[in-house]
Design a protein around this ligand. Structure first.
Ligand SMILES: CC(C)(COP(=O)(O)OP(=O)(O)OC[C@H]1O[C@@H](n2cnc3c(N)ncnc32)[C@H](O)[C@@H]1OP(=O)(O)O)[C@@H](O)C(=O)NCCC(=O)NCCS
Length: 202
């Protein structure tokens, strides 16, 4: 069997939003944190709609979302200072957030606030989401998607931050220079999150 071709990473545009949201929702199909926040028979569809909203209303304006040919995966980064939603962002995203989260809205917001309280205040690039379609995982897509912004962090001398929702991903991120700063228990007996920070190289 031929080796998987090396993924061609490029900046995502609004033309990618629909397919990329579907890929990300498939990548997170068994995610311990999102399945805990909104368990639902319509989980895939709600999560896909959440990604459409997040890409359209927040991520696309920063030009730091990466994907591959065929939308095999996606990395959504936010630049320094942009991780915290402004009141205007909250208003713009509210109707779509209500539709995506349905009756779990208040619970989801409480959980997000709990996570945001730990968010580092020092300037950094924030990896909001990384996901590879299940049929392409383990083929170098996730690593390739991280590279453009990690290179940029090193060039600009800026750190990077992420929250890992799976322990299995910790060694993967460690290979890319991140180190765990805290294991955060989610409120109400939820699953843990691994908070990870990366100092720039050089
Ligand atoms: C974590 C993830 C983004 C990595 O992307 P990828 O394209 O599979 O990554 P790469 O091929 O570049 O690297 C493979 C490494 O990723 C890690 N990994 C984590 N979950 C994996 C999975 N389901 N399949 C394969 N590798 C996985 C392993 O460390 C693997 O290294 P190994 O082969 O030495 O075990 C991807 O597996 C994924 O989308 N997982 C589900 C969603 C998720 O957990 N997203 C991150 C939330 S913090």
């Amino acid at each position: 069997m031929a080796a998987p071709s090396s993924p061609n990473v490029r900046t995502a545009t609004s033309a990618d939003v629909a397919a990329l949201s579907d890929t990300l929702a498939r990548a997170f199909a068994d995610d311990p944190v999102t399945t805990w926040i909104f368990p639902s028979a319509s989980y895939h569809d709600r999560l896909r709609r959440y990604f459409v909203m997040h890409l359209d209303k927040i991520a696309m304006r920063h030009d730091l979302t990466y994907t591959t040919e065929g939308n095999r995966g996606g990395a959504i980064w936010l630049p320094p200072g942009a991780w915290e939603l402004t009141p205007r962002d909250i208003l713009r995203t509210l109707p779509a957030t209500v539709r995506a989260l349905g009756p779990r809205l208040a619970f989801a917001l409480r959980t997000v606030l709990h996570i945001e309280r730990r968010h580092p205040r020092a300037p950094h690039y924030y990896l909001a989401t990384l996901g590879t379609h299940p049929s392409h995982q383990g083929q170098g897509v996730g690593s390739a998607l991280l590279q453009p912004v990690l290179d940029r962090c090193d060039r600009e001398g800026l750190p990077a931050y992420l929250e890992s929702s799976k322990e299995r991903n910790v060694p993967f991120y460690a290979r890319h220079g991140f180190a765990v700063t805290e294991e955060l228990a989610l409120p109400g007996g939820g699953p843990p999150l691994w908070l990870m920070w990366r100092e720039p190289k050089g």
